[in-house]
Design a protein around this ligand. Structure first.
Ligand code: IMP
Ligand code: MG
Length: 180
């Protein structure tokens, strides 16, 4: 039985597991060229970024360290306000490090814009952003500079590869569109 049949919502495959993994390999190769063996400190924004971070990190060739943080965005309904509360902070300081924030998706950009502000104050040597998915049509905050994007997608609600709908479907090995 396929995963599509055992779930309640209908999920249409947007990007297959093979497509996602191939593209992560290309982006990892680009990061390897850009950083040429310099240490990279990856920050995963829980929970959505976990699957992407693991696949990316496995393909990086220089010294890599990992840390995790969890944030919740104040605001009602589906709109994030951009004011972020740190639910779980990083374990390690960022002072002097080459920080790469690894995100599942950039939507309005509000959460990341706020997060980058907070992390910049901890004096990393560099702070760059790497995202699996980008929905530029939804962008509200324009100052979010994304250095590495795996896929630019249209304005549709997607799940899988870490992304959830109501905490479900994070474990799907592909990216799918929820058809409500
Ligand atoms: P924003 O950029 O501050 O609007 O918020 C981005 C966050 O909203 C992401 O980290 C996801 O957790 C969530 N999000 C945005 N679009 C989607 C989607 O299509 N599927 C699942 N979660 C999404
Ligand atoms: Mg997220």
């Amino acid at each position: 039985m396929t995963k599509e049949k055992i779930v309640a919502e209908k999920i249409r495959v947007l990007l297959t597991e093979e497509e996602v993994n191939r593209r992560i390999g290309e982006v990892a190769a680009q990061i390897n060229r850009d950083w040429a063996g310099k240490p990279l400190h990856l920050i995963c924004v829980l929970k959505g970024g976990v699957f992407f971070m693991c696949e990316l990190a496995k393909r990086l060739e220089g010294p890599v360290s990992l840390d995790f943080m969890s944030v919740s965005s104040y605001g009602s309904g589906t709109q994030s306000s951009g004011v972020v509360r740190i639910v779980k902070d990083l374990d390690e300081p960022l002072e002097g490090k080459n920080v790469l924030i690894v995100e599942d998706i950039i939507d309005s950009g509000r959460t990341l814009s706020y997060l980058i502000e907070i992390l910049r104050r901890r004096n990393p040597a560099n702070i760059e952003l790497c995202t699996l998915l980008d929905k530029p049509e939804r962008r509200v905050v324009q100052d979010v500079q994304v250095r590495y994007t795996c896929f630019t997608i249209p304005d549709e609600f997607v799940v899988g590869y870490g992304l959830d709908y109501d905490q479900k479907y994070r474990n799907l090995p592909y990216i799918g569109v929820v058809e409500f």
